[in-house]
Design a protein around this ligand. Structure first.
Ligand code: SF4
Ligand code: SF4
Length: 89
């Protein structure tokens, strides 16, 4: 889990298939694939630089990567984005 300002970036290593779409999507090259327990998974390398732009989240077909905001923000496509898909954060 990465944390900066008013958001955190979560990568669910159980959902992640290691497809690499999020890696290609990050405009700052902050993600790469790592091997954890013999499975490839996405990893964020620099939490301080991550802008929370959510381009990685938008590319993931498996719901494995998510930027969680501590307060409501506009969605990627302008729709209201109230909170994380996961409860209790
Ligand atoms: S796009 Fe999703 S499933 Fe693919 S490597 Fe990234 S987090 Fe994992
Ligand atoms: S939120 Fe944006 S800057 Fe941060 S890892 Fe994802 S694509 Fe990169």
């Amino acid at each position: 889990m990465a944390s900066r300002h008013d958001f955190t970036l979560h990568i669910d290593t159980h959902r992640c298939t290691g497809c690499g779409w999020c890696v290609a999507a990050c405009p700052l090259d902050l993600l790469s694939l790592s091997t954890v327990d013999r499975r490839k998974t996405s990893t964020l390398h620099n939490t301080k630089i991550c802008t929370g732009c959510r381009q990685c989240e938008a590319k993931c077909l498996f719901g494995a990567i998510e930027v969680r905001f501590k307060r409501p923000v506009a969605g990627i496509h302008g729709e209201p984005y109230v909170q994380s898909r996961h409860a209790g954060c």
